[in-house]
Design a protein around this ligand. Structure first.
Ligand code: GLC
Length: 724
């Protein structure tokens, strides 16, 4: 404080924290120096269901958190999970993150992150609760639709542009759910036992890439335990790995209700405790009536600080991380105003949807449809009309536009289109899917089969939905088959009309044996607000499909290794879950054990064809230990198409057990008919390393490596060997 003698005018020390042009670190330091202990503590927990405090006295803004990764969730009441019933919070539902992963296109991730963040900005939200990168270890997990597949390299590469471009808008991503939250059953208490190699090579890498390369400003601790300690209070995980090894400087946010003790949260690396209690009511988890100061990082924590039982440095570190997040978002001078439901956002939604749809099968080149050949096209299936943007848990969205597949197909093909529901699933939102009424199912099936007799083409639109027990948070599926009698209905329809296209939705693989009699099969994940147009554009040939599977579709549920070890592998015994398959998750298991999948990781067809030339390998001339592998790719068909060139590496004669090959890079290239481009990849030691459990460190073996250039995990287009 500078007071000039004889004047009453005191020039208060410049409030650096209020200077939008001051460096964030200076703003943090200055603000911290002005705050009381109590004000610092208030930053560290919710003050409502979805906000955490700022410092009103100093004009430091609060943080508004909101779900979810696919769009900005509708407003909920201040102190409860109930919807606030606003009429100005409808949004764009963007495709699911599994659909984004299925594009294998980093540019799609970049435009996704920017667009979705602009919707959050317009809704005045600061922290977007997503994206999620939990690995698809167990194919019945009800939340896999929110994640980016079974491979850590693909998930990591595809999450980075999303985070970078979302945060450029002044919106913090909250990378979740950190970590090994790979099932929903007993998610709040199951303890995961996994080898060091599995942890380091499979379950951490996508999070590490999201933090270190993506620069995530916040990370959400998951509900489950690791090392028998809740991840939201886990010193080894949050302080050791995340903040220590990776240098994470943002704020760790708990999953809602994920904190269970003051000392655990205080010393275990938690920065913002959310969802513990619901203010003046009983929390949704039945926790007794709370007011927010009784959060674990509330009064009790403050008391321990004031008694010196917890060092002030612990409080100051947490408060600094929260302040840093506030200055990066709510008080960021470059935070955009954003936009909601703009044409640009719908275009982004459509582009990603079209690029994420996977053409699984196309016998007789039934697709694209030559509409001049058909006069009566019958669309069958509940998912042709049912909204798939509502429900599913916290990623649920209230949309202004939700073009159904039937709407899209009618817009494309006019009154040729007829419709029969074929089956029904009920509206089991947040409740487990009840058994459906067999009489009603039989009636719907009979109606569809009757109509099928006069159709010259059938388009079946089914798969999963967002009901409890399907693709829905807090539940896992209890069957690998499609539900509601769909397999039998598909087979019966195919018997009546051999010109049948099956289109499925869903975030997980399923038993596709029912597709044997189906010539054309598309899988669509969840496509968001413009589903119908995207499907019509693919089916009509206006857009050439280019999606590739980010997961393996096994022929049988029990082909997945997580089911090979009894209940200890899933759902766990006495809440102890064992990842006995180790690093052999997804295709890593299938290729090493010669188990043939129904549809392989990286699989996806096109309406054109591609020819690969001979791959070449050259050592770096710059002295760095890298090699470059190049391969020409040519479009040998009649229409423009995009191909995903996939690079896998295998170690010949490794001294440790390793999968036959692992994805190490990929590139999506667009080619006109007859056009050829050469795709090049640079390989360095990071692509070759494995985690050594004796030295607890990354190691690289010398010797021979085989590089596989593939169009899917099982279709090799060329190999080269090099010696490191
Ligand atoms: C939920 C979810 C999490 C979500 C949070 C807030 O329980 O696990 O993904 O962001 O609570 O809704």
């Amino acid at each position: 404080m500078l007071c000039l003698a004889g004047t009453s005018l005191c020039f208060a020390q410049a409030k650096i924290y209020q200077n939008p042009n001051a460096p964030v670190e200076e703003r943090v330091k200055d603000a911290l120096s002005r705050m009381t202990v109590h004000e610092k503590v208030l930053l560290l927990h919710g003050q409502s269901k979805f906000t955490s405090a700022g410092v009103p006295r100093l004009g430091i803004k609060e943080l508004h958190h909101s779900d979810g990764p696919h769009g900005c969730r509708a407003e909920v009441e201040w102190n409860s999970w109930n919807t606030a019933n606003w009429n100005n919070d409808s949004c764009v539902a963007f495709p699911s993150l599994t659909c984004l992963a299925a594009t294998w296109n980093r540019d799609m991730s970049a435009i996704y992150g920017k667009a979705v963040a602009e919707e959050f900005a317009f809704r005045d939200k600061n922290i977007m609760l997503g994206p999620g990168v939990n690995i698809n270890r167990m194919p019945l997990n009800g939340r896999n639709f929110e994640y980016m597949g079974e491979d850590p390299l693909l998930a990591g590469e595809m999450v980075v542009p999303y985070i970078q471009n979302a945060q450029k808008q002044g919106i913090a991503c909250c990378l979740k759910h950190f970590f090994v939250n790979n099932q929903e059953w007993h998610r709040e208490r199951v303890n995961v036992n996994a080898s060091e190699r599995a942890i380091r090579e499979i379950y951490l890498p996508a999070f590490r890439k999201g933090v270190v390369e993506g620069g995530a400003w916040s990370v959400m601790g998951s509900y489950n335990k690791w090392l028998n300690i809740h991840c939201c209070e886990n010193d080894s995980l949050l302080n050791g790995i995340l903040k220590g090894e990776w240098g994470f400087d943002g704020a760790v946010v708990s999953d809602w209700g994920g904190v269970h003790s003051t000392m655990g949260a205080a010393l275990g690396g938690m920065d913002i405790e959310m969802g513990t209690g619901a203010g003046d009511g009983v929390s949704s988890r039945g926790i007794k009536t709370y007011t927010y100061n009784t959060n674990f990082l509330g009064d009790n924590f403050e008391k321990l600080i004031n008694e010196g039982k917890i060092p002030m440095s612990v409080l100051d570190d947490k408060a600094s991380r929260v302040l840093r997040t506030i200055f990066r978002t709510a008080m960021n001078p470059n935070k955009v105003i954003g936009e909601l439901c703009s044409e640009e956002h719908y275009d982004v939604c459509l582009q990603i949807a079209e690029e994420g749809i996977v053409l699984m099968k196309n016998d007789r080149n039934l697709l694209p449809i030559d509409v001049s050949r058909y006069s009566h096209i019958l669309v069958v299936g509940e998912n042709a009309t049912r909204s798939l943007t509502e429900g599913g848990g916290s990623s649920e969205l209230k949309t202004k536009l939700d073009i159904s597949p039937l709407d899209g197909l009618r817009a494309a093909f006019g009154d040729r289109i007829d419709y029969a529901q074929g089956y029904y699933s009920g509206r089991a939102m947040y409740a487990m899917q009840e058994r459906t009424d067999s009489t009603r199912q039989a009636q719907l099936k009979a109606e569809a089969l009757e109509k099928a007799k006069s159709a010259d083409l059938i388009i079946f639109i089914g798969g999963m939905n967002k009901n409890g027990g399907q693709d829905c948070e807090a539940t896992d599926r209890n069957e690998y088959q499609l539900s509601f009698g769909q397999p039998e209905l598909i087979a019966a329809l195919a018997k009546i009309q051999k010109n049948i296209v099956v289109v499925t939705f869903g975030g997980n693989p399923f038993d596709t044996s029912c597709m044997k009699s189906v010539p054309a099969f598309l899988h669509c994940w969840y496509l968001g607000s413009i589903s119908g147009t995207a499907i019509a554009n693919i089916v009509s040939g206006k857009v050439n499909p280019s999606g590739k599977l980010p997961i393996t579709f096994a022929a049988n549920k029990n082909d997945y290794p997580c089911f090979h070890y009894g209940e200890r592998g899933f759902p766990g015994v006495n809440d102890q879950l064992y990842y006995d398959e180790g690093i052999f998750v997804g295709y890593r298991y299938f290729n090493t054990n010669n188990v043939k999948p129904a549809f392989a990781f990286g699989h996806g067809l096109s309406y054109t064809t591609f020819a690969y030339g001979k791959p070449t390998v050259s050592a770096s001339t710059s002295g760095k230990k890298t090699v470059t592998v190049s391969i020409p790719v040519r479009n040998t068909g009649k229409v423009t198409g995009k191909e995903v060139v996939q690079l896998y590496i295998g170690k010949n004669g490794s001294k440790v057990e390793r999968p036959e090959k692992e994805l190490k890079d990929f590139a999506k290239v667009s080619l006109n008919p007859g056009e050829e481009k050469t795709v090049s990849f640079t390989i360095d030691d990071e692509d070759l390393q494995y985690w050594d459990e004796t030295t607890h460190s990354w190691q690289v073996e010398s010797g021979k490596y085989t590089v596989y250039i593939n169009s899917s995990e099982v279709v090799n287009k060329g190999k080269v060997v090099f010696v490191r």
